[in-house]
Design a protein around this ligand. Structure first.
Ligand code: ADP
Ligand code: F6P
Length: 325
């Protein structure tokens, strides 16, 4: 590691929270302090930066948070930060507080903010935290496993009541543009079908035929996972009920998917990524995002990372189609 002038780093969490953000915060703070740096916590993402909600963090400030979902530093969305005037102000505030390196925990929107801070001279590193798993450069984003487990447990519970009543249930899960939660939790929960924003062709007849066929085989319930990006679960339920005569309900899981105690996978990856982010700052790197790729913790240029296109592995979809019945 080369000589560097880094003395103080800042850390903020931004955009949608994700289980494991606290574990990553803890790792960043402790790894930085253990290597002689000072750490300042910024509350409420870029909003708190502009409002100068900045305070000193010690290794003890992050005790007892690893097992909690949400984020100790709180999070917010900040429209102002989309404008160059405020991005420049953010960088000036960092300098005022002696912050010469910044770690941003969030999704792709937050990384666009990080890009801007880097452009205004603050060495900035992003850590991918989102239940949606929609950051292309990485095989894993913090929060995804916990969220999938929550959805899988919900599917198990819905199956109990849905089988007792021999019903069909549409279970709507998060994911505006990507169906990563839907496909993994749907597969693990044994749902009969999953509708993904990536592949949905609007062919409701296929679903209706599947539900009817399950009814004829005496194999109800029919659990169908739908993605937020497709939506209209209540309407879908009505159409299926009308066409098949199978009583159908819709359950929108909502923000329950963003909370809860992070799983071991989320805590472990968050810890490793937190340490990696500090290493990158100590190496004098900026405008990078930490990634988990092929089993290794690596980093990418944020501009390149944001330009990559992500799509669900076709093998996951093939497996789903082969296994479902
Ligand atoms: P996520 O990080 O979960 O994708 P958002 O897309 O809501 O969440 O982004 C979080 C915040 O990041 C925004 O409220 C804004 O403050 C900042 N941000 C998003 N896009 C940009 C951008 N193009 N330039 C600067 N800041 C941005
Ligand atoms: O990015 C995570 C996510 O939970 C998405 O799946 C969802 O579309 C969105 O955030 C909801 O955000 P909020 O309710 O915070 O506006």
């Amino acid at each position: 590691m080369g000589e560097n002038k880094l003395k103080t780093i800042g850390i903020l969490t931004s955009g949608g929270d994700a289980p494991g953000m606290n574990a990553a915060t803890r790792a960043v703070v402790r790894a930085a302090i253990a290597q002689g740096l000072q750490v300042k916590g910024i509350m409420r993402g870029y909003k708190g930066l502009l409002d100068e909600e900045i305070f000193d963090l010690t290794a003890d400030s992050v005790s007892g948070i690893m097992m909690n979902g949400g984020t100790l530093l709180l999070t917010a969305r900040c429209k102002e930060f989309m404008e160059p005037e405020y991005q420049k102000k953010g960088a000036e505030i960092c300098r005022k507080y002696g912050i010469d390196g910044m770690v941003v925990l969030g999704g792709d929107g937050s990384f666009r903010g990080a890009q801007k801070l880097a452009a205004y001279g603050i060495n900035t590193i992003g850590i991918p935290c989102t239940i949606d798993m929609d950051i292309t450069c990485t095989d894993y984003t913090i929060g995804y496993d916990t969220s999938c487990n929550t959805v899988m447990e919900a599917i198990d519970k819905i199956r109990d009541t849905s089988s007792s009543h021999e019903r069909c249930t549409i279970i709507e899960v998060m994911g505006r543009d990507h169906g990563y939660i839907g496909i993994m939790a749907g597969l693990a929960g044994g749902a009969a079908d999953v509708l993904l924003p990536e592949t949905y062709d609007g062919n409701i007849q296929k679903l209706i035929d599947h539900v009817r066929e399950k009814k004829e085989r005496g194999k109800l319930p029919a659990l169908i996972v739908n993605s937020e990006g497709i939506g209209n679960s209540a309407e879908l339920a009505k159409m299926i009920e009308m066409a098949t005569g199978v009583e159908t309900r819709a359950t929108i899981l909502g923000h329950i998917q963003r909370g809860g105690r992070p799983t071991v996978r989320d805590r472990f990856i968050a810890s490793m990524m937190g340490v990696k982010a500090v290493d990158l700052l100590l190496e004098g790197k900026t405008n990078r995002v930490v990634a988990y790729k092929g089993g290794d913790f690596v980093d990418y240029d944020i501009d390149e990372a944001l330009a990559m296109q992500k799509s669900i592995d076709p093998e996951w979809i093939r497996a789903y189609d082969l296994i479902k019945k």
